[in-house]
Write a protein that binds this ligand. Sequence first.
Ligand SMILES: [Zn+2]
Length: 249
Amino acid sequence: MEAAQSLQLDILAIAAHPDDVELSVGGTLIKLGRLGYKTGVLDLTRGEAGTRGTPEIRAAEAERAAELLGLSVRENLDLGDARIWANEESRVKLVRVLRRLRPRLVFTQFWEDPHPDHAHTSQLVREACHVSGLAKYDREAGQERWRPSCIAYFLFPRTVAPSFIVDISETSQPKWEAIRAHASQFFNPQATEPQSRVSTQAFLREIESRDRYFGAMIGVENGEAFFVREALNVEDPVALLTRRMNMYS
Ligand SMILES: [Zn+2]
């Protein structure tokens, strides 16, 4: 990975815990990297409140997963697991990262989520992306203002219809390698630590089914879904709306 100072990212995925991004948009990040886009991940906490693993183990796992995802940068804001709040202190920290990495597009978690970290991440990211574009906000840091063009949300409730789905059929396998890099968190019959919902085999099957379900919605094997709040500005509706290849099937 390069020195973070020199980056101008195309996409930055921001999530609360070190494995959230892999589970939700790992296939999309790998795909975008292969298309030549510069991708990055910002984890907001070190996951120290998780049932399994330690912050040190989880940091090493996140680094390994970053390689598998083909990221240009992965950083951790260390806001405190189960303690993410959309307050001024966290917002300034996040704005400084946004102004340094300058992502054109941001992926983050949906605002309606039972885990308060996920819900607060969503609010914090939306607010930070906005104030980061205000020239006089946090002027003392001496950074140029920066506002990403769009935020696309992932991990939303089943009652919300996706705005778009990315075909990840070709990057599903490396996505699973990146998920398995977080070995302390997921199913392992030899583990001696207490069980949690995410450490069951059923949880991984659920993720697998979710990707297949979203894939089925667009007629491909695996997909990852996104929700966009604002209306999309489409330059070429013909190119966009003729993506379905098997129009007679
Ligand atoms: Zn999480």
